[in-house]
Design a protein around this ligand. Structure first.
Ligand SMILES: *Cc1c(COP(=O)(O)O)cnc(C)c1O
Length: 498
């Protein structure tokens, strides 16, 4: 059966998954959602026998029905290969009464790799299917993690080019080094004199500028985007929740059909939405536990039914979750309005106009499978130390937010349901905060020295991703004013307009 996608803001425009992946965002500004949820077509017993790639095929084929088996299996094979440092792709680690689902074994040691390893293949396949002959130019603004994962994913992928803009003075030394050492004939990395919002708004401007579009068109290029609102990033994230469920069955930790709880450290609401989608297709999930840091818009939302972004933006030790507008929440809002595009549009209009909206009691009732809470920076650091002392296991700051909130949930409810916690980054990516949490004073050392100390302390190996950039040559040193981003893109593409 063919599955179509429509916008969260109008149901007129029905597109295939390939079209939705190429477009990224719907023309009306809404997000693409499947017209209905498909159902898992294998039993949970069967699921537990599959390896990661087979699980990926079984799940993704339900959503990307216009891809042939050969196309989809090809994308999966190319994505989930030796780039990951373990054959399991996403190992489960039992520690301190919960199962940590390690989503950070890819090229850039954060969970963004799970989707951005496959998105380039899905996109080029979609381009072929839709008869697109132009080269795809991916524009990305990043505050750190997404940029590197997108670069690693799109580097040397035929038919694509990628330009990443990052705030020159707004990322960590390791994050910057990861990006500026990126090899690949089709990549460019540009620092801007400005902050992340400047980068983001100028990228959006370029993506929607009709004049620029026709200029690119005349030169055989077309823009696209690799941000987390693309359905091509969401679907691959459903896979690892299904895989985790299957692994738990295989380990005998649960029996097929038994429910699990899933905790996700959340920012843009993409990862936890994927867990919600996994529940919709038939993975037995009881509670979805949404963990926030001190930017706790979502905690307040689940508690009160009011989403209010009008508040101070707090810089925390879990920077990838420092966000006040969780874009992917729109897909959940759409769902709980009973797929009412008018209502959804109105709420999103209020959000962009006043920065706040309130859902009605009927909608709120449908959020009963969600639980929200948050962890302060102090609690986060304590949790890193506690888990290490209790289980000899080191988690990063983002995962620690999840772990701490899961603890609060379990204490409050006494719920003993087997618990999976999404572990979204390697501790080696946020080494300084992790080492400080473990009681080490790192003020005398750079992040690479700290990585060696973490290795000695924890008995784990420094990941290849960190070793690779330790001595790697800097390949990108362009810095432009924020007003000059478009010129930088045209120069990268060899388009001379003068
Ligand atoms: C992006 C990110 C998150 C937040 O994920 P969302 O899908 O945006 O909610 C959490 N942890 C890490 C390490 C990340 O990079």
């Amino acid at each position: 059966m063919q599955l179509f996608y429509t916008s969260t803001r109008s149901s007129e425009d029905r597109v295939t998954s390939a079209q939705a992946i190429l477009a990224g965002l719907a023309p009306d500004g809404g997000l693409y959602v499947p017209e209905q949820f498909p159902k898992l077509d294998v039993s949970l017993e069967e699921l537990s026998g599959f390896d990661y790639r087979e699980t990926a095929w079984r799940i993704m084929k339900l959503f990307l029905t216009d891809f042939t088996e050969e196309e989809l299996r090809g994308c999966i094979r190319s994505a989930y290969d030796e780039k990951f440092d373990t054959q399991q792709i996403v190992p489960l680690h039992k520690a301190d009464g919960a199962w940590y689902l390690e989503l950070y074994h890819g090229a850039t040691i954060a969970f963004k790799d799970m989707a951005l390893s496959i998105l380039p293949y899905l996109m080029t396949t979609a381009a072929k299917k839709c008869g697109l002959t132009k080269e795809i130019v991916i524009l990305t603004a990043t505050s750190g993690d997404t940029g590197k994962a997108a670069l690693a994913g799109f580097a040397d992928v035929p038919g694509t080019r990628i330009a990443v803009f990052y705030p020159k003075h707004g990322v960590s030394p390791i994050q910057e080094k990861q990006m500026v050492t990126q090899a690949g004939k089709n990549v460019t990395v540009i620092g801007i004199e400005g902050n992340f919002d400047d980068a983001q708004s100028n990228v959006k401007k370029m993506l929607t500028d009709p004049q620029l579009r026709s200029l690119l068109d005349a030169h055989g290029f077309q823009f696209s985007s690799a941000n987390s609102i693309n359905i091509g990033r969401l679907v691959p994230q459903i896979v690892y929740y299904a895989y985790a469920y299957g692994r738990l069955c295989r380990e005998g930790a649960i029996s097929p059909g038994e429910e699990i709880n899933i905790t996700v450290p959340t920012g843009n609401f993409g990862n936890i939405l994927a867990a919600f989608y996994a529940k919709q297709i038939g993975i037995p999930v009881r509670k979805l536990i949404c963990a926030s840091n001190e930017n706790k818009v979502l905690y307040d939302f689940f508690k009160t039914g009011i989403y209010d972004r009008n508040r101070e933006f707090i810089l925390t030790s879990s920077p990838s979750m420092d966000i006040l507008i969780s874009s992917n929440l729109e897909r959940l809002i759409y769902q709980i309005t009973g797929r009412d595009t008018k209502k959804c549009t109105e709420l999103m209009r209020q959000l962009s106009k006043d920065g706040v909206y309130r859902i009605d009691p009927e909608m709120k009732e449908q959020l009963s499978c969600f639980y929200g809470n948050f962890a302060s920076m102090e609690e986060t650091a304590k949790q890193i130390r506690r888990v290490f002392e209790a289980a000899g296991y080191v988690i990063d700051t983002h995962t620690a937010v999840g772990s701490c909130v899961y603890g609060k949930y379990a204490d409050e409810t006494g719920d003993q349901t087997p618990a999976v916690i999404a572990s979204t980054a390697s501790p080696y990516k946020f080494t300084r905060s992790v080492m400080e949490a473990l009681g080490e004073d790192g003020s005398d050392a750079d992040d690479f020295v700290l990585a060696d100390r973490l290795s000695a302390l924890s008995g784990t190996r420094v990941p290849q991703a960190v070793e690779n950039i330790r001595t790697a040559p800097v390949l990108h040193d362009t810095v432009v004013k924020k007003e000059k981003m478009q010129e930088a893109v045209l120069s990268f593409l060899g388009i001379n307009i003068f």
